[in-house]
Design a protein around this ligand. Structure first.
Ligand SMILES: C[S@@+](CC[C@H](N)C(=O)[O-])C[C@H]1O[C@@H](n2cnc3c(N)ncnc32)[C@H](O)[C@@H]1O
Length: 84
């Protein structure tokens, strides 16, 4: 039986395809329906999913957007070096 992996912020499924090739059964979650995700897809806010749903998977992958880090040099420095 395949392990079930939940791919949060799945977008078009770049990571999901890798997990699928590694024999995971993947379910993707994204807030945007426009990406044509190639596996089972749930249209939802990844930050508002019920704990019971999250716990029903063997593994969870999450790759949220990193807008704050991309747009702010000081935020990048904080992320890399810690606050202060
Ligand atoms: C960096 S991309 C993910 C890339 C993807 N893991 C891959 O391998 O191709 C970020 C995705 O997060 C989604 N997103 C942003 N906020 C979200 C939220 N609150 N819940 C679910 N998806 C969200 C965006 O629609 C976008 O598709």
């Amino acid at each position: 039986m395949k392990l079930q992996l939940l791919d949060l912020f799945c977008c078009a499924g770049g990571a999901a395809v890798g997990y699928s090739r590694a024999s995971f059964e993947v379910v993707g979650v994204d807030i945007d329906p426009k990406h044509n995700f190639p596996f089972e897809f749930v249209l939802a806010d990844a930050l508002a999913l019920p704990m019971s749903f999250l716990k029903s998977f063997d593994a969870i992958h999450a790759s949220p957007p990193a807008n704050r880090i991309r747009t702010s040099p000081s935020a990048t420095a904080t992320a890399m070096n810690g606050p202060g």
